[in-house]
Design a protein. Structure first.
Length: 647
């Protein structure tokens, strides 16, 4: 990360390393945006769907379902995209299905995309869980290992083969988890026919959320010219009143190319420009990007327009791509987290992508509602527990100044076999994909490479050392962490992280019902971790389940009162420690969410301060009161708010 203590040369080296790292990733993953040279066609809506319920789940491949229309090889049902398929029907075998499901959609492609050979047509899947294979008109175009991150393939030549036919897109998705997937899981077959029906098996998972599956984010077709802006990397900093945007533009498909880069302010006025593919744009009287409640106008974004004039064997092209850019710095000391060289205290939440009916499906009304709730309660940050969220959510964070700890899907790494090379290599690949997608978001201030791994196991040291060093090499400008609930003295990865993140549930999983232990145990926790590592600490999870509407006084577990007291008792300790080295507190959880069925879960995890339908429990008001007070103390509230405030 950029540290204010370090001289300029360090920054230059960092930038060089970041741009080198960007080169190591074979291609870019710019968010598809319309421009004068690019079109986007969204394929959200109804797709045809069939789950392959054959005993080995392989019938679709044996019978090549991708070769013809899905409805010609068997019955299909309507399936909305994006959405998890699990909660869409009344069929319990589909809710709990494990194996391949098949989606299909026919698309009419604009004639100009076909006739213009200078147009590149790309299919992009925002995310599908977990393993996906994509065919266009029966020809496989790509496959992808992992949910939560986008993947794409060029399909122009296939579409052009028979322009009289609509373009048929088939996507097969498999939610089976193995010890090498992220998150890991395992399939257990049980053959005891006296107790279980023939062919019975279960998927064991080591994480606490429902393994929703399907096409979770929008599928798009988009165009670029055949010579195009493939990637942009920006790293920002500032000195006094002058901002600096260090940038690099990567171009594909051109034999000759010239680039014009223009940085515009919010009103569209040019503040800096260049004709080099990489360099530094200097912004006089810079408007820095500030977090929500730390400044009167948080989330200030410039627009960086990249205009490429290029030629290749076929023709001359102009490509235009505009990237929002927030100018800010991030650094850590042994006791502080600094944004723009000022101490930043995370008062925020952990979330899930989770809601009724949609499961993990992308949904704008839900996203906007969640941002309104975050702002209502005065939250300035969240962690993307326990996997990368949709990029559209990060764009909202950029615009609203909500600070993000960007977590990869490394959750539930509990089995010692998940520390082997195959798992590590996949984990490294996932970090590559995550950094490639999210590196330009001002809101993203830290990478989290895992949540609660078995970091006390001997192989964890090599595993996390490698993973954290790799992530720092990919992006030397941001701190790296993972979230621990291991014992401070046995945690193998802690020496390598920049910030210690700890989850703990005193008076819940430990000493249930004994609220009186919280002050002592939480205090001991902080003193132990800081004493050993001298690194800033975030309480990355704490909380208690509350079934909405369940009350008792004196408080008993699972009531709204108990949840309230747990929070208040923790806050008292946080208030002491934030004067020293505690740099944040993130409640578990923003909202109730679905889990597998089990004796500790009453239709899901109820640690939300909002219900799954986003109605506040008593705890939400406790947090609201606290977060606005913290903001009042530590930041500069926007003029349109007054404490105590109701937005
Ligand atoms: C934490 C996990 C989180 C769980 C939470 C809980 O990180 O995923 O949902 O416990 O049990 O340890 O509520």
């Amino acid at each position: 990360m950029l540290s204010p203590e370090r001289p300029g040369q360090f920054r230059v080296l960092c930038l060089f390393a970041l741009f080198e790292a960007a080169c190591l990733l074979d291609t870019g993953m710019l968010f598809p945006r319309e421009s004068s040279s690019r079109e986007v066609k969204e394929l959200s809506g109804l797709w045809s769907f069939r789950a392959d319920k054959s005993p080995d789940r392989n019938l679709g491949f044996d019978k090549a379902w991708y070769k013809s229309r899905l409805r010609e090889t068997g019955p299909v049902i309507d399936m909305p995209v994006p959405a998890s398929y699990n909660d869409i029907t009344q069929d319990p075998t589909l809710r709990d299905f494990i194996g391949w499901v098949w989606y299909e959609r026919e698309v009419v492609v604009p004639a100009r995309w076909i006739t213009d050979e200078g147009t590149r047509v790309v299919i992009r899947v925002g995310s599908a869980h977990y393993y996906s294979i994509v065919w266009v008109n029966g020809v496989k175009v790509t496959e992808h290992n992992g949910g939560h991150l986008p993947f794409e393939a060029e399909v122009g030549s296939l579409i052009r083969k028979d322009p009289t036919q609509p373009c048929r897109i088939t996507i097969a998705v498999n939610n089976t988890l193995t010890l090498e997937t992220l998150p890991p899981g395992s399939i257990q077959h049980i053959d005891d026919i006296t107790k279980y029906p023939k062919g019975f098996f279960v998927q064991n998972i080591y994480f606490d959320f429902f393994n929703y599956a399907g096409i979770h984010r929008p599928v798009l077709l988009y165009t670029t010219p055949t010579a195009y802006v493939d990637d942009i990397t920006v790293v920002t900093d500032f000195l006094d009143n002058t901002g600096r945007v260090n940038y690099k533009v990567s171009v594909q498909g051109a034999t000759t190319a010239t680039v014009k880069v223009t940085l515009m302010d919010k009103d569209g006025h040019c503040v800096a420009s260049s004709t080099e593919p990489f360099g530094v744009l200097k912004v006089v009287d810079v408007n820095l990007w500030w977090p929500y409640l730390m400044h009167e106008s948080p989330g200030y974004l410039y627009s960086m327009e990249v205009r490429l004039m290029a030629a290749n064997e076929r023709s001359t092209h102009e490509d235009v791509y505009t990237l929002p850019v927030g100018i800010r710095t991030v650094s850590v000391t042994s006791t502080q987290f600094l944004i723009n060289k000022k101490p930043f205290y995370f008062h925020g939440v952990n979330k899930h992508e989770d809601s009724d009916i949609r499961g993990k499906g992308f949904d704008w009304p839900l996203i906007v509602k969640d941002f309104n709730l975050l702002k209502w309660m005065g939250a300035n940050s969240f962690r993307t527990s326990h996997y990368p969220y949709a990029e559209e959510i990060l764009q909202m964070c950029d615009r609203h100044g909500i600070v993000v700890i960007d977590e990869c899907p490394g959750v539930g790494i509990k089995d010692i076999r998940s520390f082997r090379n195959a798992s590590l290599n996949h984990h490294l690949d996932v970090m590559d994909e995550l950094v490639r997608r999210d590196k330009n978001h001002a809101s993203v201030v830290m990478w989290s490479v895992a949540n609660e791994p078995a970091s006390e196991m001997p192989p964890a040291e090599f595993y996390f050392k490698t993973l954290i060093q790799h992530t720092k090499a990919l992006d030397p400008t941001r701190p790296v962490t993972y979230v621990s609930n291991s014992h401070y003295a046995r945690d193998k990865g802690a020496p390598y992280v920049d910030v210690i993140c700890i989850n703990s549930y005193f008076s819940w999983y430990h000493d249930p019902g004994h609220l009186e232990v919280i002050p002592l145990q939480l205090n001991t926790q902080f003193e132990n971790w800081y004493g050993k590592y001298q690194k800033p600490i975030i309480q990355s999870e704490y909380g208690a389940d509350a079934v909405p509407g369940l009350h008792s006084d004196p408080p008993m577990m699972f009531t709204e009162e108990y949840q309230k007291v747990v929070l208040q008792s923790c806050h008292n300790v946080f208030d002491q420690k934030r004067k020293q080295y505690l740099i944040g507190e993130l409640i578990w959880n923003f909202a109730d969410f679905m889990t597998v069925q089990g004796i500790t879960r009453v239709v899901g995890n109820k640690k939300g301060v909002f219900t799954r339908q986003r109605q506040p429990k008593a705890a939400a008001f406790i947090l609201k009161e606290r977060y606005w007070r913290l903001a009042n103390e530590t930041g500069r509230l926007p003029p349109w708010t007054k404490y105590p405030c109701s937005l």
